[in-house]
Ligand binder design. Structure first.
Ligand code: NAG
Ligand code: NAG
Ligand code: NAG
Ligand code: NAG
Ligand code: NAG
Ligand code: NAG
Ligand code: NAG
Ligand code: NAG
Ligand code: NAG
Ligand code: NAG
Ligand code: NAG
Ligand code: NAG
Length: 664
């Protein structure tokens, strides 16, 4: 035995000398006496394989302290010099994990989450004491090794947010102590192994966001301690797994969303799973009625069934759910036709914690019940768009003063919007488009100072745009298009400095486009077509550096096309057709691409890029000196004439040049 000792030492010394480290064996031996150095060599091997350590943390792994005091290391109390925990998280470490870690045989906890480790998972099959393994949020891209099953004491296994491929190994079923298994956000394929059922202590299983297919094994129902089961965003098919109904004493969270699961739900689901708190079955192809028994799940907080094919009525039993805060039933085929089938709404007003009620995209018909105003002040989001609602909006809606989002688009609602609107002072989004609302917008709209999105497009609103509307300085989207609004656009539009999308098309707006609109420098889209606007296209649009779409067609605009528009690099759709524009069409920028600009119906335009097929501009002789003179570009007033516009071209006179000459 003693004859082996020198050989072993030499080997270790050689190993060390390979390491490019400021580490001295001698000084280590001076500072410590009884420790087993096996683990130190493993750690140095681990350190050496790390290729990038931006925070420099491993610089502190040096001989000035014993390795048991290095950052992230915990050693055993009972076995001096044996590492029991290694925690280095969120340090942007990259490189591979050295297989030497597999020699830390006393290790109980290994947490290297949120780094950039890549390559294969390290071989950990000798770590029989390992209880916690967290390698989540790294860049591992291999398969999960079968040999992990040898870590028979594992309780927590997190490999989520990597790029792992291949199948879930059958052997994971041998980990009988496993409580938490998170393999979500990888690229795992194959089916969910039914032998998971041997890991009978599992409490939280997350396999979301992989590419798993096949059906959900009924045997998962044997995992009687399961609290959270998350299988969403895979490619799973088949029915709702009946076996899960056996998890009646434990299951709290059930996530099967974004798969291809179908058929009907078990009618007794709510009675069998009474401890559910959150249910996500959205984005599948479930059909049939929504089981009324869900109303018996007394602690239910979130029920998300959106984007399925559920039919029939919304159960009134939901009114019993005192802790419900989100009910999302949007995009199904749910019906309400008469007072009895609308009764659910009245019932839901008893859910005193309800914050989100999404019923849009169904077949709810007829008038909204007045009881809509009886929801408690908890309600923040009420989505009723894309149904078949008709009649007026009950003024009781004005009671819902905590509402942040109210959407009623794509219905047949009619009548005037009355003062209820001005009471909803917390609203951030109000969407009323595609209905048959009439009358003016009440001035009290100006009370909704938190509004960021306001769309009333495609209705029959009339009258002037209320001046108070321009108080809504948080607006990013304002759609008033396709109504009968009349009168001028107030220069106060320039108060809307956050505005990104302005839609005023198809109204009866008159007067000039305010020059100050050029101050709304976040604008990406301006649509003002099909009105009665007159005057010039503002040269100040040169400030709208984000502008992508400008549609001013079918108005009575005159003057020339400001050459500065050619400098708007993001402008990709410009429609100025059917106005009274005249003069030379710019050639540069967007104007070089005939497919992005529409200029028809302006009989005074000439020149431009070849493929516009516009008449050539007439020329005038050179006047002073040898400078050619170019008339009519209103851009000259802005002082930011595009250099291309002046370069070596001949001047011209537009058809009614006299008028232009006077105005310049
Ligand atoms: C150190 O630990 C290893 C692994 O447990 C063991 O094989 C070796 O004998 C120990 N060495 C000493 C000096 O205790
Ligand atoms: C070694 O680590 C100590 C802290 O443990 C640190 O203060 C010192 O700067 C490190 N030495 C080198 C050379 O990095
Ligand atoms: C692990 O330990 C064994 C025995 O001490 C040794 O032979 C081997 O080289 C070590 N492996 C690594 C990768 O350090
Ligand atoms: C690993 O460490 C991170 C950061 O400290 C922590 O959030 C995470 O819960 C740990 N993992 C386990 C399984 O305890
Ligand atoms: C698992 O551990 C046992 C000893 O406990 C060993 O014989 C076996 O080779 C290990 N399996 C793997 C795959 O490492
Ligand atoms: C999964 O694979 C696809 C392509 O095969 C890739 O685009 C995607 O980024 C991968 N996802 C992960 C989490 O690795
Ligand atoms: C699961 O457990 C059963 C009985 O305990 C055993 O027969 C079977 O081999 C185990 N299967 C796996 C994959 O561990
Ligand atoms: C789901 O399966 C279909 C074929 O059944 C396949 O085309 C599709 O790419 C799969 N999607 C994912 C995310 O794996
Ligand atoms: C669920 O329980 C029923 C009755 O107790 C039993 O027949 C069935 O085998 C169980 N299913 C699973 C998957 O455990
Ligand atoms: C709803 O509120 C109205 C008053 O707005 C009241 O008359 C009615 O009784 C309430 N309905 C319920 C079911 O509370
Ligand atoms: C809303 O604004 C109007 C004037 O536009 C005002 O008379 C009314 O008091 C305001 N209502 C609330 C609730 O602030
Ligand atoms: C012209 O515009 C069209 C449509 O906007 C676009 O698809 C095309 O790539 C553009 N061509 C050039 C040469 O920029």
């Amino acid at each position: 035995m003693s004859s082996n000792q020198p050989a072993k030492l030499t080997m270790k010394t050689m190993f060390l000398s390979l390491l490019v480290l400021s580490y001295s064996v001698a000084s280590f031996h001076c500072s410590t006496v009884p420790e087993n150095t096996t683990d130190m060599f493993s750690l140095l091997g681990f350190k050496q394989a790390i290729t990038s350590d931006p925070t420099g943390i491993l610089g502190y792994w040096n001989s000035s302290t014993t390795f048991c005091q290095w950052e992230g290391i915990t050693c055993s109390r009972t076995h001096p010099g044996r590492v029991v925990a290694l925690h280095l998280t969120g340090l942007r470490l990259s490189g591979q994990i050295s297989s030497s870690l597999g020699n830390l045989t006393f290790l109980k906890e290994l947490n290297l989450s949120s780094n950039s480790f890549s390559g294969q998972l390290p071989p950990l099959n000798h770590l029989h004491k390992l209880q916690i393994l967290d390698l989540g949020r790294n860049l591992f891209h291999d398969t999960i090794p079968d040999a992990l099953a040898n870590c028979s004491n594992l309780q927590t296994l997190y490999l989520h947010h990597n790029s792992l491929v291949g199948k879930i190994p059958a052997t994971l079923g041998l980990l009988s102590n496993l409580k938490d298994l998170w393999l979500s956000y990888n690229n795992l394929t194959g089916t969910i192994p039914s032998y998971f059922s041997n890991s009978s202590n599992i409490q939280r299983l997350s396999l979301t966001d992989n590419q798993l297919e096949g059906s959900i094994p009924d045997q998962l129902g044997k995992l009687s301690r399961m609290q959270r089961l998350a299988l969403g965003a895979n490619n799973l098919t088949g029915r709702f797994p009946q076996g899960l109904l056996n998890l009646s004493k434990s299951l709290q969270v059930l996530g099967l969303e974004m798969n291809k699961l179908g058929s009907t739900l078990p009618p007794n689901i709510g009675d069998d799973l009474p401890y559910l708190q959150r249910i996500f079955l959205n984005r599948n192809i479930f059909q049939g009625n929504i089981p009324a028994s869900l109303g018996n799940v007394s602690g239910l907080e979130r029920l998300d069934l959106e984007n399925n094919k559920f039919t029939g009525q919304i159960p009134t039993s939901f009114g019993k759910l005192k802790t419900l805060y989100e009910l999302n039933l949007e995009r199904n085929n749910l019906e309400a036709t008469d007072a009895q089938s609308w009764e659910f709404l009245n019932a839901l007003t008893n859910c005193s914690g309800l914050e989100v009620l999404a019923l849009d995209g169904n077949q709810l018909q007829g008038a909204l019940p007045h009881s809509i105003g009886n929801f408690t002040s908890s309600l923040q989001m009420l989505l009723l768009g894309e149904n078949e609602l008709s009649g007026i909006v009950p003024p009781s809606v004005g009671n819902l003063q905590s509402l942040i989002q109210l959407t009623l688009e794509h219905n047949n609602l009619s009548g005037k919007i009355v003062e209820w609107i001005g009471k909803l002072t917390n609203l951030q989004q109000l969407v009323l488009e595609m209905n048959k609302f009439t009358g003016p917008i009440p001035p009290s709209i100006g009370n909704l100072t938190h509004l960021t999105i306001l769309s009333v497009a495609f209705n029959e609103f009339e009258g002037p745009i209320p001046s108070t509307l321009w108080n809504l300085e948080q607006l990013t989207l304002l759609h008033l298009s396709n109504n009968n609004f009349q009168g001028p656009i107030s220069p106060d539009v320039s108060h809307l400095k956050q505005l990104v999308d302005l839609g005023l098309s198809s109204n009866k707006l008159t007067g000039e486009i305010p020059n100050v609109l050029g101050q709304c420098s976040n604008l990406v889209s301006i649509e003002m077509d099909q009105n009665f606007l007159i005057g010039d296209i503002p040269v100040t649009f040169s400030n709208l550096k984000s502008l992508n779409t400008l549609n001013l067609s079918h108005n009575n605009l005159s003057g020339t096309i400001p050459i500065v528009l050619a400098d708007l690099l993001l402008l990709s759709k410009l429609d100025l057709s059917y106005n009274h524009l005249q003069g030379e069409i710019p050639k540069s920028g967007l104007f070089g691409n005939a497919t992005s600009i529409y200029l028809d119906g302006n009989f005074g335009l000439c020149g431009g890029a070849m493929d516009l097929r516009m008449p050539l501009c007439p020329t005038i002789p050179q006047r002073k000196g040898n400078k050619s003179t170019r008339i009519g570009h209103s851009s000259s007033a802005s002082g930011s004439i595009s250099s291309i516009g002046l370069k070596g071209t001949i001047g011209y006179i537009a058809p009614d040049a006299n008028a232009i000459l006077k105005s310049v």
